[in-house]
Design a protein around this ligand. Sequence first.
Ligand SMILES: O=P(O)(O)OP(=O)(O)OP(=O)(O)OC[C@H]1O[C@@H](n2cnc3c(O)ncnc32)[C@H](O)[C@@H]1O
Ligand SMILES: [Mg+2]
Length: 173
Amino acid sequence: MIVAIGTKNPAKVHAVQDSLIREGHTFISVKAKSGVNGQPFSDNETLKGARNRAKHALAMTGADLAFGLEGGVQETESGLLLCNWGVLSHKEGAEWIASGAKFPLPEQVANRLRQGDELGTVMADVTGNIHTRKKEGAIGIYTSGWVSRKELFAHIVRLLYGQYVTSLVQARH
Ligand SMILES: O=P(O)(O)OP(=O)(O)OP(=O)(O)OC[C@H]1O[C@@H](n2cnc3c(O)ncnc32)[C@H](O)[C@@H]1O
Ligand SMILES: [Mg+2]
């Protein structure tokens, strides 16, 4: 099967490829538009970005399945939480969704986002490395490496793919 991934960000691409390594699929990664703000500010907007990326990746490649993975933030009473969403779209129209683990960003980082900066830019300033969003990510920095951005997306990928496999099993009964 051909599996598309709606991004060129290696943290996301490797999350898909490594998680599904034993499935024998062919992967194509394409820069797919999210159609939402560069820095989504709610669960809904982040999910919408993931869905748009999955749909666009399917259309751009003619693949059988496509992953859309999107990062955003969500304002809560306990601070600004990093949130991540994924959508897996099948060419026949079926779709599965899943979100990732959440944690609060430090207040000084959260305040820059509230003022309009993107997290990728803020993390580049904090770490002095413009590639942080493609590597360990904010989650890697603020957990001292205990959870990386790739691991976070890998969990979402397994939640999505597992739901897809379950639908195949159920279709046989
Ligand atoms: O190339 P794409 O797939 O767009 O990857 P991205 O890193 O821009 O990721 P998103 O668009 O999904 O994330 C929205 C914004 O949040 C940033 N971001 C999200 N999670 C991050 C993390 O863990 N570390 C650093 N920046 C992060 C990201 O750089 C964007 O500014
Ligand atoms: Mg982006």
